[in-house]
Design a protein around this ligand. Structure first.
Ligand code: GUN
Ligand code: FE
Length: 451
């Protein structure tokens, strides 16, 4: 594959690089072999060779390349209830909306319908890699891994563990800690087998829902699985999401959930910790020492967490940070929404929202994320966090990319001048693009969306 186009990719957390009519040479494995600029010696010859071989494509004027987005926290079954229930607090919402919804996914044909729709929707809005919670039912969860694999999305998929008979409804839980561990191990092996034939990759994820829904026995057993399968399984759970959840761990153990998850062997370089709103200094050191990933879910945090995670502080401390939609705690299925909300929420944290306090006393200085920072979290930051060569349009990275057409029909972006600076075009795209603007999406060199 050889693609000629202009576009944007993160250079650092703070800087976005604009490239102008670059020629991307992509190999059979879907990896970017080289990126040639129009001034490069080989540019003309590689281009004509690719044209002769029929593998050359050029973007139209007004269309731009961006890396595919990386969404590291999605509850796939909750797509079926997306947009509802958010007037309730987390602990009520789970019992009233979420558990009844998720229990339906033991029906594999229903799971198939919802999962296919979600994966297609996410791909169509530029999300090329996602970390998913499925449900307690192993077979229903496998349907999600199969659908993502088939439709071409790079996916990390977990069968959810919630075994505590006191904490969970009888109609929706693992029958015992032992069964939860066995089913998780089986699921890991099934997904690993699926991955053997996958181009883009599908990875199993050990998924205790969160501490309040699991027994110590299950958490310990999952920690042991995490060690045994550390070469390819990831771990995901909710960490310090809300006052209620954060306080729960202190009540049960006298320690933070970060501390306890580490004790159970669940806090490693491959751990994906959704929300992570309330870690204290010591907890933050655990993140840095282990290299675990904090997933910022700013829209959901506005509803359930009751706080804004101080992402600038996390980045300054050296933590890995990525972005998540948290469908359906956050109702927006595309990461454009999460990027915008990350910026908005951080501005609220910076300046404060309580106008009854004096200016200068309201907010937390140094909290604001720039648009470039948030774009980094959705792309290169997510890739670095996972330790995978994704999230950048650079040699050595997978060709996971999206084409944004700024001139598309009813969704034209307000670009009126031919000499508009590239950085302004970038900002208009990231702030204003709607799904209709995204015309083509590739994952690992394979075209998965063409509208
Ligand atoms: N904590 C435990 N389960 C969930 C969930 O499904 N969504 C969110 N946002 N938080 C949770
Ligand atoms: Fe969540």
């Amino acid at each position: 594959l050889a693609i000629e186009g202009s576009g944007f990719t993160s250079r650092t957390r703070d800087e976005v690089q604009y490239f102008d009519h670059s020629l991307f040479l992509i190999d059979e494995q879907g990896i970017i072999q080289s990126v040639l600029e129009p001034g490069d010696e080989r540019y003309a010859s590689e281009k004509s060779q690719a044209q002769e071989r029929g593998i050359y494509q050029a973007l139209a004027e007004g269309s731009y390349l961006l890396p595919g987005f990386i969404d590291l926290h999605v509850h796939a079954p909750q797509w079926a209830q997306d947009g509802t229930g958010l007037d309730e607090p987390l602990e009520v919402w789970l019992g009233k909306y979420t558990f009844p919804t998720e229990s339906k996914f033991a029906d594999e044909s229903y799971a198939h319908v919802v999962y296919e729709d979600l994966v297609n929707r996410m791909l169509a809005t530029g999300t090329t890699t996602a970390a998913y919670y499925a449900t307690v039912d192993r077979k229903g969860s496998l349907v999600l891994a199969q659908e993502a694999e088939r439709l071409g999305q790079r996916a990390l998929v977990g069968k959810v563990v919630m075994d505590d008979a006191e904490a969970n409804p009888d109609y929706y839980r693992d029958p015992s800690a032992e069964a939860a561990i066995e089913e998780t191990e089986r699921f890991i092996n099934e997904v690993a087998e699926l991955n053997e034939h996958s181009v883009q990759g599908v990875y199993p994820v050990i998924t205790p829902r969160f501490i309040p829904s699991c027994t110590d026995e299950a958490l310990r057993g999952l920690g042991e699985l995490a060690e045994r399968y550390q070469s390819y399984a990831y771990i995901q759970t909710h960490c310090s999401e809300s006052d209620w959840e954060h306080g729960y761990a202190y009540e049960r153990y006298g320690k933070s959930d970060t501390h306890m998850l580490r004790e159970f062997g669940l806090f490693t370089r491959r751990s994906i910790l959704a929300h992570s709103v309330y870690p204290n200094e010591e907890d933050m050191r655990v993140f840095v020492e282990t290299g675990a990933i904090a997933v910022h879910c700013p829209l959901s945090n506005a509803f359930f967490a009751g706080a804004v995670a101080p992402i600038r502080r996390y980045l300054a401390a050296g933590m890995h940070v990525a972005l998540g939609s948290d469908i359906s705690g956050g109702y927006n299925p595309d990461l454009y929404g999460a990027i915008r909300q990350a910026v908005t929420s951080s501005r609220m944290l910076e300046t404060g929202v309580n106008r009854d306090l004096a200016a200068g006393e309201r907010g937390v200085a140094g909290s604001a994320l720039t648009l470039n920072n948030a774009f980094y979290l959705a792309t290169a930051g997510g890739g670095e966090s996972l330790g995978l060569p994704i999230g950048r349009l650079e040699a050595g990275y997978a060709w996971d990319a999206q084409v944004v057409d700024t001139k598309f029909a009813s969704a034209r972006l307000p670009i009126f001048e031919s000499n508009e600076p590239a950085s302004d075009i970038f900002q208009k795209i990231v702030n204003l693009a709607v799904p209709e603007n995204i015309r083509t999406v590739w994952v690992q060199g394979r075209e998965v969306v063409r509208k």
